[in-house]
Design a protein around this ligand. Structure first.
Ligand code: DMJ
Length: 673
């Protein structure tokens, strides 16, 4: 366009004005006459010879130069003044305190001493001085908050204390002291975050909060207090009978071991932080520091230890800023890496974290699809924090590979994948429940974590939701509840796991992040169904699996329960989705539904001597048949989501800044919205 066309169009247009002097006016021509009158006349003649346009341009230039001159004079005068004042100040200070120079003359407030902020957290990272926003970099941490933010915590602690009537003078004094150091109130990352870099770097420490981030405290309410009370009751059982072990057996007042890694304690760390339970947190931290050892000859499940242990440690690191948790996260992360040494790079299900060996289950060389595709948020974050790419590379490869695989049905995936061939196995069965559930959840959440740039993840997610709509959605009778069933070799089954109740929350999160509005509509319909899975049952607690009635029958509800499915493991999924729905809609009915569920947990699963228990029969209120086990996710997820559901503080884990892993451990979004 430029060269050919412009040349053909004739001489170029001039965008400048030339001032040409005639030969007689040239210096030296016509003799040298330097008289004032001659010079004035000659200049005037030249001026008159100029065109009007030329004269205006020259006048404009003069005017412009004059304005510039005035402006620069004023600012230089200011600078001179301040230099003069500064040196006067310095002189004055030196006179008052000989030898002392003002390092930071009264422009910024003097930085607080780290000790004063940390109080009894001596090992927490030191506060960095505030940086201008454009240079803020590095991992996102819960910041050391300025006094106003601590006020919010103070409100929470004061209320808790009031309720418990713990007002002895020395205790109050102690509490006040610890309030300053405790930072479990408003939780939002203040630093911008970046995707992992290829360079190994030192993890950065928390920096201070910007003034504009400070907000008025939101006091905790009665329902949140009830959650705190429930947590404390559960924790009491764990502490008394299972301290440092994986799970509490509240009836037999003992414990069970799965990996032997203090699973409940680690899963509950960030919940304690969020609930503001300082003393409990501190005690647990001590156990992590002194007793948590990963150098053990023990087989752990890659998925479970990633979402609970690695995820729990990473989120606790972010919330507390305490590098102990990052060190432990690195340790377990490294020990899990042998799982990826398979012919297909699809990881094995089990790893011996002491020996550094990995293997599939004894009976198969398959892994579960949900398990190999729901470890990404954690490993990616570990790469970002450590600067070591290997973690992210390993899990990204899995996602890329699964993206290309055949055997999907409109984006729906089978439940198994072979670690040798890398192909899906047991084709033809599709569910949003066990073995596939969090594949869908992590597609969306990785996309959000990475700043909504990884299009393949989004494509796979939106295609899968279309697949759900096409193949798995049905309506029950008599209430016309929308539910997600299963497809087995072309046959629809009206079976829905409680696990599927993560879906309304995930759909709502997607809609909040700009995905189709009909995702939100579907979320609203599905959360109603999940609530009915509780409300239509005798104890008001959902069974593990329900079957929906597709045809109206007199005296039958929508929900049918088979004897083998009527247990309740204190699972979080419905409460999790209620939390998202309340955050995004503000509709109080979601809080009320959650409140009903909490009361029913208290009624049927609470063990008087401490702890809560899974039950075998949600249909028998007079004997729900306690199972004698409190799963770690009750503290890691269920009670945490309850607490957040009842909160009206959107900054208490702001969903534009954090993304929850599938075990409810919040991890920072790399590029917050
Ligand atoms: C948790 O470990 C996680 O939420 C996982 O994604 C599903 N199972 C339990 C809770 O039900």
């Amino acid at each position: 366009m430029y060269s050919g066309a412009a040349a053909a169009a004739g001489p170029p247009r001039r965008d400048f004005i030339s001032v040409t002097l005639g030969p007689e006016e040239a210096v030296g021509v016509g003799g040298y006459n330097n008289s004032k009158a001659w010079r004035r006349r000659s200049c005037w003649r030249k001026w008159k010879q100029l065109s009007r346009l030329q004269r205006s341009v020259i006048l404009f230039l003069f005017a412009f130069l004059a304005v510039c001159g005035v402006i620069s004079y004023t600012s230089m005068e200011e600078a001179w003044k301040s230099i003069t004042n500064k040196s006067l100040d310095e002189q004055r200070t030196e006179q008052e305190i000989p030898g002392l120079k003002l390092a930071n003359p009264a422009v910024l407030p003097a930085p607080q001493k780290a000790d004063a902020i940390h109080g009894d957290y001596p090992e927490l990272s030191l506060q960095k001085p505030p940086k201008p926003p454009h240079v803020r970099r590095g991992p996102s941490n819960l910041q050391i908050k300025a006094p106003r933010r601590d006020m919010r915590l103070k409100t929470r602690h004061d209320t808790i204390r009031a309720v418990e009537e713990l007002v002895e003078a020395d205790k109050v004094e102690k509490t006040e002291k610890s309030i300053i150091s405790w930072r479990g109130a408003v939780i939002e990352p203040d630093q911008s975050t970046e995707p992992p870099s290829s360079k190994i770097k030192e993890p950065e420490k928390p920096s201070s909060v910007e003034a504009e981030d400070r907000k008025e405290p939101v006091p905790i309410n009665e329902r949140q207090l009830a959650v705190i009370e429930a947590f404390r009751h559960a924790w009491k059982g764990y502490k008394d009978f299972a301290w440092g072990h994986d799970e509490l057996k509240p009836l037999s007042k003992s414990y069970s071991e799965w990996f032997g890694l203090g699973l409940t304690l680690i899963d509950a760390l960030d919940t304690m932080w969020i609930l503001g339970l300082k003393e409990e947190f501190e005690e647990a931290r001590k156990w992590v520091a002194n007793d948590l050892v990963f150098d053990k000859n023990v087989d752990v499940n890659l998925f479970e230890s990633t979402i609970r242990i690695l995820g729990g440690l990473l989120s606790t690191y972010h919330l507390s800023g305490d590098s102990l948790f990052l060190e432990k996260a690195k340790d377990i992360g490294n020990r899990l890496m042998p799982a990826f040494k398979t012919p297909s790079k699809i990881p094995y299900s089990d790893v011996n974290i002491g020996r550094g060996t990995a293997h599939p289950p004894r009976w198969t060389s398959d892994s579960t699809v949900a398990e190999v595709t729901s470890i990404q948020l954690e490993f990616r974050e570990l790469s970002r924090l450590t600067g070591d790419e290997k973690f992210q590379k390993a899990v990204d490869e899995v996602m890329k590979h699964v993206h290309t695989l055949s055997g999907k049905n409109d984006g729906l995936v089978p439940m198994f994948i072979n670690t040798n061939s890398g192909q899906f196995t047991h084709l033809g069965v599709y569910t949003l429940g066990a073995r596939a559930d969090s594949y869908y959840e992590y597609l969306l959440k990785q996309w959000i974590q990475g700043g909504k740039k990884e299009n393949e993840l989004l494509e796979d997610y939106t295609r899968a939701i279309e697949g759900v709509k096409k193949h798995l959605l049905q309506r029950s009778e008599p209430k016309r509840l929308t539910f997600v069933g299963e497809l087995a070799h072309g046959h629809f089954s009206a079976k829905m796991d409680h696990l599927v109740c993560f879906l309304p929350g995930t759909l709502a999160l997607g809609a909040h992040n700009g995905l189709a509005a009909d995702h939100m509509k579907l979320a609203e319909a599905l959360i109603e169904t999940c609530y009915q899975m509780y409300a239509q049952v005798e104890t008001g607690l959902s069974p593990e699996i329900v079957h929906f009635n597709l045809h109206a029958q007199k005296g039958h509800k929508d929900v049918e329960i088979k004897p083998a499915d009527r247990h309740n493991l204190l699972r979080p999924e419905t409460v999790e989705s209620l939390f998202y729905m309340y955050r995004f809609t503000g509709d109080k009915k979601y809080q009320d539904w959650g409140w009903e569920i909490l009361q029913n947990f208290n009624r049927y699963t609470r063990v008087p001597t401490g702890g809560y228990t899974s039950i075998n029969n949600v249909q028998n209120p007079s004997n729900p048949e306690p199972r004698d086990k409190m799963e770690s996710f009750f503290l890691g997820e269920t009670l945490k989501y309850m607490f957040l559901l009842f909160s009206d503080d959107i900054d208490l884990i702001n969903l534009d800044k954090y993304v929850f892993n599938t075990e409810a451990h919040p991890l920072p979004i790399w590029v917050p919205a």
